[in-house]
Design a protein around this ligand. Structure first.
Ligand SMILES: O=C(CO)[C@H](O)[C@H](O)COP(=O)(O)O
Length: 236
């Protein structure tokens, strides 16, 4: 099982890079998570790797860029990104996403918003069709620490079950993001594809919320590695 999942991540990532990284591309966003490890490896093998600048979505992503011999840039220097590759926790039929399992959702959304094209790479477990059906419950929400109790109360009024993400067993207390904030994982149950944008807007409107892990209208394509060694390609 673990081998199948790992193989499907590699399949999806390699195919996504091989199909979409063009010789004309110069600025490439590199997402976060275990599937993106294979993206960074494949970009590091590209014939035009020395002409690329790679924009990270967090600490892990920076390390992947450096360790694969790629040139590191920042959204500050490169606010226009040709293409970005990133993982997802769940993918719906409109290519709406839940992201932030690795607590990198703010920088992931920043890079996605700067990119002309976001290509999602994932194993078959993430292709849930409807957000909120996956094994990892809840929408990750990055919240300024001083506001977490206020925001949690308001998320409950929106119908969610908020839980501040704990750092245990590595840390007693909340997970702290690369931006110094907390993550509140809020379970809203199943979110129909047509309702994702509305829920995202309601959460974003709460004072103290930095960003949500709901990605709406950002992904252009998804590459899903299947357990049988095939790839499902989805576009909007
Ligand atoms: O959003 C993310 C990190 O914040 C990841 O892309 C998401 O959690 C998927 O990770 P993986 O490829 O390890 O399943």
């Amino acid at each position: 099982m673990a081998d199948l999942v790992e193989k499907s991540k590699e399949l999806a990532a390699y195919a996504a890079v091989d199909d979409n990284l063009l010789s004309t591309h110069r600025v490439v966003g590199i997402g976060s998570g275990s599937t993106v490890v294979y993206v960074a490896k494949r970009v590091g093998q590209a014939s035009n790797k020395n002409e690329l600048v790679c924009i990270p979505t967090g600490f892990q992503s920076r390390q992947l860029i450096i360790n694969n011999g790629l040139r590191l840039g920042s959204p500050e220097e490169y606010p226009e990104i040709d293409i970005a590759f990133d993982g997802a926790d769940e993918i719906d039929t409109n290519l709406g996403l839940i992201k932030g399992g690795g607590a990198c959702l703010f920088q992931e959304k920043l890079v996605a918003a700067c990119s002309k094209q976001l290509v999602v790479v994932a194993d078959y477990r993430k292709d849930t069709g409807v957000l909120g059906k996956g094994w990892r419950k809840g929408v990750p929400i990055e919240v300024v620490p001083a506001a977490y109790t206020k925001v949690s109360l308001e998320l409950a009024k929106l119908g969610g079950k908020p839980v501040v993400r704990s750092g245990l067993p590595a840390k007693a207390g909340p997970v702290v993001t690369d931006n110094g904030n907390f993550i509140v994982d809020c379970d809203f149950g199943e979110i129909p594809p047509a309702k994702v944008a509305e829920l995202n807007a309601k959460i974003k409107a709460l004072v103290g919320v930095v960003e949500t892990g709901l990605f709406v209208g950002l992904a252009a394509q998804a590459y899903i590695g299947n357990a049988d060694g095939t790839i499902t390609k989805k576009t909007v």
